[in-house]
Design a protein around this ligand. Structure first.
Ligand SMILES: [Zn+2]
Length: 270
């Protein structure tokens, strides 16, 4: 949900279309730095959360790459992660969804270790914060890590702060990465693997690209290659019942696409 006009505005937008959970960026997602929140903005944010009861979680900026082989880029990423954790702490947002990053040729195994190392440095610098980083399952474009569930498990295993790590499942990404959740048998097997991870949230997106394409293109619910059956499986699974889930589908300012997608998801429960 857009934070244009202040982080508190995202909650208003969510409430206006009946959301019970929303995902926000903590600052402009295409820039390294952002303006600090004003005290009034923080007060309004807390008041809006209290009034609406909406569960809010965050997504990190797109420039961050915790396993960038270039030390300067990695330093910048680290500073940005720390800044985002501090922002989430002030807002009382429990976790930030983050893509594990791209190893850019360094190799998967060294890349995964470097992700854990960079995040550990960030956790050490924000020791008193309860904010967790939820590693997102990815489609596996290029050298991006996180397209195998084992990657996420390995990062957590390497970390000295495993309690501050969690997982966010993106339905479009796992499908593009080759995990088929359209059939009951396929879903059962994939969900069993996911249940072994500390899953704290879902991104519910259909996919414009076929199974195993390794291409990340979100589509409206029920309009892509995943189809409604996949969402029925996820939404009817008791294991995820209390987890916040968000759409990341194309939308315009009046949010009519979100309304249609939410309706399609609600219908999966009937
Ligand atoms: Zn996502």
């Amino acid at each position: 949900m857009s934070i244009a006009g202040g982080v508190d505005r995202a909650i208003e937008r969510g409430a206006s279309i009946g959301c019970t959970a929303i995902q926000i960026f903590l600052k402009n997602n295409f820039q390294w730095t952002g303006r600090p929140y004003t005290p009034e903005e923080i007060t309004r944010f807390h008041a809006a959360v209290k009034k609406t009861g909406i569960a809010v979680f965050a997504h990190s900026g797109y420039l961050i790459n915790p396993c960038a082989p270039n030390p300067k880029l990695r330093e910048r990423s680290l500073a940005a992660i720390i800044d985002e954790i501090e922002r989430a702490t002030v807002l009382g947002v429990p976790f930030i969804v983050m893509h594990p990053g791209a190893h850019l040729g360094a190799g998967e195994s060294p890349g995964l270790r470097l992700v854990a190392k960079t995040l550990d440095t960030a956790f050490r610098a924000t020791k008193r914060s309860p904010v967790r980083i939820a590693l997102e399952t990815t489609a596996g474009q290029g050298t991006c890590l996180g397209h195998r569930f084992e990657h996420l498990a390995e990062i957590i295993a390497h970390s000295q702060f495993p309690d501050r790590l969690a997982v966010c499942v993106d339905t479009c990404h796992i499908f593009a990465a080759g995990y088929d959740i359209r059939t009951p048998a396929g879903y059962k097997s994939v969900a069993k693997q996911l249940a072994a991870l500390p899953v704290v949230a879902f991104h519910l997106n259909d996919s414009k690209k076929p199974l195993g394409s390794r291409v990340d293109r979100h589509d409206h619910i029920g309009k892509g290659y995943l189809g409604l059956a996949a969402f029925r499986h996820v939404l009817r699974d008791r294991r995820w019942r209390n987890l916040p889930m968000s759409l990341e589908t194309p939308k315009s300012a009046d949010l009519h696409e979100d309304v249609a997608n939410l309706r399609a998801l609600t219908n999966c429960l009937i």
